[in-house]
Write a protein that binds this ligand. Structure first.
Ligand code: NAI
Length: 775
């Protein structure tokens, strides 16, 4: 991309839910942004936009990836500051959904924007042609719709709609920026009501709610059937309504009914359920209100309650029905064939929704790939509508619709006995409207392990890890255990991989496509060993991990780790042993061992000190780096983004961050190949550590926390062990402590803690509740 085409400053107008969140994401990308809203208080004219930024700094999950990002947002108001849009390359309008107000704003923007600046609207329902009525040709050429999803930092989809007059180069420029800088997956949608995701999503929600009322299916039954088994988040439909706000439903419905074609099937199913109207009127709008279809009991016990759809009263939630056999695990034919209400409900949701989706192509999108992508990214479905149809069988779906006297969409007939998706010649292909299959073309710079797997068998495999060939001399190490937990099998595979890469390849990338990179050592396995006092087994795993990670570090080829999601404990330590980290911006990295009564045992302590003492921002001398690391590890602090991980020292200043999840592997591979040129393994560090007097200083701080009730008695025990390791044990500050010595200290501290029943209690509690025990 040429320098002139980059976006170096953005303006967002409208600092509501969406505008503020979009501005934060632009800032997360490192791009300065001007956020404007109306003047509400003449004495404090930019209070609306400034208030929005202040609120976001307190919101959880956080819209900003770091405090530094928040400083990139300049706030103002449209009366005094509109002239500043002249400096912006992209002006995003996210004001209230009213045509007159949007048009009036564009007229003013037209007076100020520079000639090459792009203007886009975040509208969810107003057609593009209406928005640009009255505007000049130049304005129209640079106008489009960029429809973000809420919350803009976390939802990966942007639907991009261009008009007949839009300049393709400008459209491509925004698509590229949204993809690389903002990390979004851009799906091209046509200018039709609700675009792709909300058009199908609203229909689906309505169909699922109607069917629950009509068939007498309870809220929890409905969500159990139309949630996970269909590859939908476990909230299902009622839980989703609670999450987004039940009061949003009538708005979505009204906006679609106002604009959909007269014969659209949604009109036949849209209805006003009296119960839902009463809920909204009484403030039962979901999680943000007094409760929704679910709530926690008000008696202090906080038990889960559900709304009875027939009586409108809350009652204790029943245990969700478990579906027999394959019906519960994605076999949709089995799910639809279930006897009784379960099968009937599944069909009442899926049948009409999938038929509707199939009837909308090409009206809403050029191909089925765009539709599947939009539903997966915008609604977090595991499978898009056409992947769902394939799981049922297009002909089976068509036959059942026909049997019930319903219209069969042309696209289903076109598929005939074929699937919409197939793998051919190592490529994923989809069925085009011409009846032929077409390769799914990934954007340049996108490389997915999922695609690599199509191309052939793994290079090597163990029970918990697999090695893949990513081409150009780069192998990929993938964790495959439950939740990508690390165990002896992972360590053994690392041991075997090293000579192989050294002999025949250039570099290794540690990467996977799970929702979490790795939550660390397999605690379940550890608990089992601890319960039977199998200390020898535990010790073997500590040693195996230390050896495997150091072997990676000193291997004669570069290792690049590329995390996304959680990278905790041992999952963090493997990052620390890599030559470079290429982290997805949404990486949550931490050494959390102290939370379960342990200390990092696979070399994390020494690596963290080494990182901090090499950080140019760190004052010299043995103590500052040690204090910093002690503070981070003893409190089990987890970075909530890659940017925060840099601040906490898990990432080096030189480590890379990738905004778009789909670009992570390609970026990591490129980094690895770059390092492979003339690669020389690192020299082992030689530490100078503060010794017992340093430990005493660290423990004074812990005692302070203890006195203020911020640390528990056992926290103090664990902290003392950690302090012992980090300060070098009995080391004299003038002695050199080797890496081997550090590993020995870690090993000793770990094994001492592991034998303490209070650590066992912490591990047990963590496995049962997912939360730390404060003993
Ligand atoms: P909101 O009501 O939270 O925020 C709108 C903001 O615009 C308010 O702060 C208001 O003061 C400001 N505003 C109104 N008129 C203005 C003007 N003339 N100049 C400057 N600021 C003005 O609304 P929300 O939800 O953020 O929606 C904004 C846009 O995004 C709408 O077009 C909506 O349809 C669309 N959208 C909303 C989504 C959602 O989930 N809330 C999702 C996707 C799109």
């Amino acid at each position: 991309m040429s320098g002139a085409a980059t976006i170096s400053r953005v303006c967002v107008i409208g600092a509501g839910v969406m505008g503020a969140g979009i501005a934060a994401q632009v800032a997360n990308a490192g791009v300065p942004v001007l956020l404007l809203d109306v003047v509400r208080d003449p004495a404090d004219r930019s209070a609306v936009a400034r208030g929005a930024v202040e609120r976001m700094l307190k919101t959880d999950p956080a819209p900003f990836m770091s405090k530094a990002a928040a400083r990139l947002v300049e706030t103002g108001n449209i009366e005094d500051d509109l002239a500043k849009v002249a400096d912006c390359d992209w002006i995003i309008e996210a004001i209230v959904e009213r045509l007159d107000l949007k048009q009036a704003l564009y007229a003013k923007i037209e007076d100020h924007r520079h000639e090459g600046a792009i203007v886009s609207s975040n509208t969810s329902s107003i057609p593009l042609d209406r928005l640009v009525e009255g505007r000049s040709e130049g304005f129209r050429r640079n106008f489009l719709i960029t429809h973000f999803f809420n919350p803009p930092r976390y939802m990966r989809l942007i639907e991009l709609v261009s008009g007949t007059g839009s300049d393709p180069a400008q459209v491509a420029r925004i698509a590229d920026f949204a993809d690389r800088a903002l990390g979004k997956s851009v799906v091209r949608a046509k200018d039709t009501p609700g675009f792709i995701a909300n058009r199908i999503g609203t229909f689906w929600i309505q169909a699922a709610m109607n069917a629950a009322f009509d068939l007498g299916v309870s809220v929890e039954e409905a969500d159990a059937i139309a949630g996970r088994p269909m590859g939908v988040p476990k909230t299902g439909v009622f839980g989703l309504a609670d999450l987004v706000g039940i009061d949003l439903l009538p708005h979505l419905k009204a906006s679609l009914l106002a604009t959909l074609p007269e014969d659209d099937p949604y009109r036949a199913i849209a209805r006003d359920e009296g119960l839902i109207g009463r809920m909204i009127a009484d403030g039962f709008t979901g999680r943000k209100g007094k409760g929704g279809f679910y709530r926690l009991s008000a008696d202090g016990q906080r038990r889960k309650e559900v709304l009875d759809l027939a009586s409108g009263e809350y009652r204790a939630a029943a245990k969700a029905p478990s579906l027999p056999g394959k019906a519960g695990s994605g076999d949709l034919a089995a799910l639809l064939a279930l006897p009784g209400k379960a099968g009937a409900y599944a069909w009442a949701v899926l049948g009409p929704t999938l038929a509707y989706a199939a009837s909308l192509v090409p009206a809403i999108a050029d191909d089925i790939a765009a539709v599947d992508a939009a539903m997966k990214l915008g609604y977090n479905w595991k499978w898009g509508p056409f992947e769902l149809i394939d799981r049922i069988g297009a002909d089976r779906l068509a036959a059942r619709l026909e049997g019930e006297g319903k219209a069969v969409p042309d696209l289903l007939r076109l598929a005939g006995g074929r699937t919409f998706w197939r793998v051919e010649g190592w490529k994923r292909q989809f069925l085009g409207l011409d009846g032929d299959y077409h390769d799914l073309v990934r954007p340049e710079g996108v490389l997915l392990l999922d695609d690599i797997k199509l191309a052939g068998a793994p290079v090597m495999k163990s029970g918990s890890a697999v090695l893949w060939d990513a081409g150009d001399g780069v192998l990929v190490l993938e964790f495959t255990g439950k939740m990508n937990a690390l165990d002896g099998e992972v360590m053994a595979l690392i041991g075997k991989a090293i000579p192989l890469v050294a002999a025949r390849h250039k570099a290794l990338v540690v990467y996977n496509e799970g929702s979490n990179f790795s939550a660390g050592a397999n605690l379940g396995l550890a608990l089992f060993a601890l319960n039977i006092a199998a200390w020898g087994e535990v010790e073997k795993l500590v040693v195996a991990g230390q050896q495997a990670y150091k072997a990676l570090k000193y291997a004669p080829f570069p290792v690049v780790s590329a995390p996304s999601g959680l990278a905790l404990g041992g999952g963090c330590e493997i990052l620390l042993h890599s030559d470079a980290i290429q982290a997805h911006a949404e990486s949550y990295i931490g050494l959390v061992e102290c939370g379960v009564g342990l200390v990092p045992g696979w070399g994390g302590c020494g690596e963290m000190i080494d990182r901090w003492r090499k950080n140019p921002a760190m004052p010299k001398g043995p103590m500052p780096a040690v204090s910093k690391v002690f503070e981070t590890i003893s409190t089990a602090t987890v970075a909530k983004s890659a940017a925060e991980a840099k601040e906490l020292g898990f990432l080096r200043p030189t480590d890379g961050v990738t905004m778009n999840r789909d670009r992570l592997l390609a970026d990591a591979k490129a980094r690895a190949l770059q390092l492979a040129e003339g690669y020389v393994p690192p020299e082992p560090p030689q530490f100078r550590l503060p010794g017992p007097s340093g430990k005493a200083a660290l423990m004074m701080a812990v005692e302070g926390f203890r006195a203020r009730g911020l640390a528990t008695p056992y926290d103090e025990v664990v902290a003392a062990r950690l302090a012992d390791v980090l300060t070098g044990g009995e080391a004299d500050p003038v002695d050199v402590v080797s890496e081997e010595d550090m590993l020995g200290l870690e090993h000793r501290a770990f094994m001492a803690l592991v034998r303490d029943p209070r650590s066992l209690a912490r591990v047990e509690h963590m496995l049962e509740t997912g939360k730390p025990l404060r003993n």
